[in-house]
Write a protein that binds this ligand. Structure first.
Ligand SMILES: [Zn+2]
Length: 454
């Protein structure tokens, strides 16, 4: 139960020494559990000549190899006879989930009730850190399908004592907001932007609804777009990062990074290019390890799992909110990164350039970008398409200058190529519904690399 702004004050404010001791105890138990219950890890330890008993503290995990989504797919039917990651007896499995990721082949996930309770605990801590409590009623727009998020958020709500409206998507009728007067919505940023536009088009006034905070998950969000969304709803917007693999990190009211629930999931940051773990403050791939409290069961645990999302460990110092658990930058998808002249460019970099306040007078915020080969060898073209509220009223020159200027300001390496004529940036304008992504199904692709060499 929430007390004094914390869901579990003992754990959330534990000092670093005690927290590390608890983490190391759980590392030992989890590794032993993996060796005893997971066919995959039993073979993995043997294959890499690792004695599980030698893994004593979390630093020892840095010496172990990594696994990735591909590894899970290669150790489940039809590739293997059994689901080799399953680490509890069938009778102990409470639910079977799937996550498709970017490759489209679903990964099977097996969860015990202990796993569900831990997932819900992570969401409950995150919600309480964002000021949620018994007075709140939250519309859950995350899907109640094979992903674990919406269901575990619902259990978290019950544990906090707050109400839920389990819509499962963001396209609900506005009467949900005006009649039941929920205080918060959890959903993806772009869907919440679309919802705000719809409410305005329907003439709904801020006083007709009671939303006082939004929680964004599902995809990373540029700081600029968060600020714009917060302005549209006139309330704070909190980032969360959750996945079926078990990461549930959330931003607290201090909005200074996302807290990692360190007693339940261990996070390291890895640079795949130089093949090593990187120190705090450097960007790399988030690599997670499930941590089991001693005595608990897990249907599918992961050691050194490469999430293929990039992040930075921002701080291990105590946060202004009082929590001691480390904070990270909102992770970005590595799959949404293109490399141009040795510079990495993420979808979020384009988004930051689009969401300049001056542009938003004309734009909806919807955008997509493409990278092409230029006409001459060594030339690269970046095309950024933006959706206008009204194509004829849009000040195209001003928007183009803003988008290109801001993009290059953030990417000095690319600015050099731009000024030398190797990189061309085209900004194109479409009316509502005119983007390619509005005609494609599934997760919108906002950065597409169409170079022949890519
Ligand atoms: Zn905090």
């Amino acid at each position: 139960m929430a007390a004094g702004g914390f869901f579990d004050p003992n754990i959330e404010t534990m000092d670093r020494g005690d927290l590390d001791t608890l983490i190391d105890e759980r590392v030992r138990y989890t590794v032993r559990y993996a060796a005893e219950h997971s066919p995959f890890y039993r073979h993995w330890f043997a294959h890499h000549a690792i004695n599980p008993a030698d893994i004593r503290v979390h630093e020892d995990l840095l010496d172990l190899p990594l696994i990735a989504g591909k590894t899970i797919r290669e150790h489940q039917p039809p590739v293997t006879k059994e689901f080799e990651f399953r680490s509890a007896a069938c009778a102990d499995i409470f639910s079977i989930q799937e996550t498709s990721g970017t490759s489209g082949t679903p990964k099977g996930f097996f969860l015990t009730w202990d796993d569900w309770k831990r997932y819900a605990e992570k969401y409950a801590r995150s919600f309480v850190s964002q000021g949620f409590g018994r007075k709140d009623r939250i519309v859950v727009c995350a899907s109640y399908g094979m992903n674990v998020g919406a269901n575990t958020m619902t259990i978290a709500a019950q544990r906090i004592g707050m109400g839920i409206i389990p819509m499962g998507k963001c396209t609900f009728d506005s009467r949900i907001l005006t009649r039941y007067r929920p205080t918060a919505i959890v959903g993806s940023g772009f869907k919440l932007l679309r919802l705000a536009r719809r409410l305005r088009a329907e003439g709904i006034q801020p006083g007709d609804i009671a939303i006082d905070k939004l929680v964004c998950g599902g995809e990373s969000f540029a700081e600029e777009s968060r600020r714009y969304l917060a302005g549209q709803w006139d309330c704070p917007v909190y980032n969360t990062y959750g996945s079926t693999e078990g990461t549930m990190c959330g931003e607290c009211t201090s909005m200074n990074g996302l807290h990692v629930p360190e007693d339940l999931v261990h996070l390291d940051v890895y640079n795949p290019r130089i093949e090593s773990f990187v120190p705090d403050g450097e960007c790399g791939r988030a690599v997670l390890t499930t941590l089991l409290p001693v005595g608990q069961k897990s249907g599918m645990l992961l050691l050194n799992y490469d999430t293929e999302d990039t992040t930075v460990i921002q701080s291990r110092e105590k946060c202004a909110c009082g929590r001691t658990h480390l904070r990270i930058h909102n992770p970005r998808r590595e799959a949404e990164t293109a490399w141009i002249f040795g510079n990495s460019m993420n979808r979020v970099d384009v988004e930051a350039a689009v969401f300049q306040p001056e542009n938003m007078e004309y734009l909806t915020g919807e955008y997509e970008s493409f990278v092409y080969d230029g006409e001459s060898a060594g030339e690269v073209i970046l095309r950024i398409s933006v959706e206008c509220q009204d194509k004829d009223q849009c000040d195209r020159h001003a928007v183009e200058d803003q988008v290109i200027g801001r993009f290059l300001k953030n990417k000095p390496g690319m600015a050099k190529e731009y000024h030398e004529g190797n990189l061309k940036i085209l900004v194109s304008f479409v009316g509502p519904g005119g983007l390619e992504l509005s005609r494609s199904k599934g997760r919108p692709k906002r950065l597409v690399d169409r170079r022949g060499t890519a």
